[in-house]
Design a protein around this ligand. Sequence first.
Ligand SMILES: NC(=O)c1ccc[n+]([C@@H]2O[C@H](COP(=O)([O-])OP(=O)(O)OC[C@H]3O[C@@H](n4cnc5c(N)ncnc54)[C@H](O)[C@@H]3O)[C@@H](O)[C@H]2O)c1
Ligand SMILES: [Zn+2]
Length: 360
Amino acid sequence: MIIDVNLGLRSYHIVVESGALDTVGARLAELRVGSRAALVSDAAILRLYGKTVERSLESAGFRVATVEVPEGEAAKTLAVATLCWDALLAAGLDRTSTVLALGGGAVGDVAGFVAATYMRGVNFVQLPTTVLAQVDASIGGKTAIDHPAAKNLIGAFHQPRLVLVDPAVVRSLPEREFTSGLAEIVKHGIVLDADYFAEVERDATALCARDLPVVERIIGGSCRLKAGVVERDERESALRHVLNYGHTIGHALEAATGYARFAHGEAVALGIVAEARLALRLGVASPETVLRQERLLAAVGLPVRASAIDADRVLATITRDKKARDGRVPFVLAPRIGAFQLQYDVPWDLVRAVLGELGS
Ligand SMILES: NC(=O)c1ccc[n+]([C@@H]2O[C@H](COP(=O)([O-])OP(=O)(O)OC[C@H]3O[C@@H](n4cnc5c(N)ncnc54)[C@H](O)[C@@H]3O)[C@@H](O)[C@H]2O)c1
Ligand SMILES: [Zn+2]
């Protein structure tokens, strides 16, 4: 499947295909970029897929410098970005060169930030290897490193020239990492596309078993939905808020538990449950709409209840966010499957009530 992301001069393709990693060299050559490239990745991913990508690039005539960064969030620091800039310089990358990110969202974010800033911006290619990175982080051009005060605080918009999604690689993900990524897939269905939601409902068992044709079709469908949102709102002014469904409460749950208790997708699943119930309490959605969301999250192995949630702490985190954003908190609500609306000034006692229900 090839998905066009139409952004004028910054347009690019997302290729979703088993074995896509083998084709990166040939596809990059088609873009007529310079012959030098840097492959940014972590040790674990390099062990699994590094050779495939290096070989593909080299056989298409590229000179590749491989830059290893730490695994996970530890990669998203200024120190690691500096180490990457140094490596790019040492390898002689110039303004026509290309930085490729092979890995999850963390590798993509730091490599993208390096590509956005090195010599005021060089070509960037995403080779996402987690479900979350394939359906979410690699599409849309948001790049970032973390600041001690908050995650993703320092960054830039820098669109990739190409996104190559090889669905076969998600089969090597640890179970929890794989399942966590499914939360974004369910989210896309709920707020953007009822038919897609029904497809995920129907294929939930095969998806969880990582049946390759099903994984490929569902990941491709999710990439298409995210690309559609990015096309209509490249710089995240309004529409792109829709992708925050489940995240207003989900992010607060993650932060209030010190990023230690929940994987991102687990917190988002709980956030979806809470925000679905918020829509019910506000008279915006029916009980059936809420139930379908909970059922699908549970069917793909995500949590829909959690004990001992400190509602005060979660609320304090959301309010702190609100101050940071200079005003009101927009909640994304799903009036029915396949639709969304933004709602400001949701009463705090309702938020407290739905947080309480997570424990029941
Ligand atoms: N830029 C965006 O639009 C955007 C959107 C969402 C999230 N993010 C960012 O993404 C990051 C989270 O990304 P993530 O969930 O992909 O996790 P991650 O990047 O932290 O990777 C998780 C782990 O999975 C391993 N791994 C990756 N692919 C593998 C594979 N195929 N097989 C085996 N192991 C593999 C990695 O080595 C790493 O240890 C966060 O930093 C978040 O801020 C960015
Ligand atoms: Zn998310």
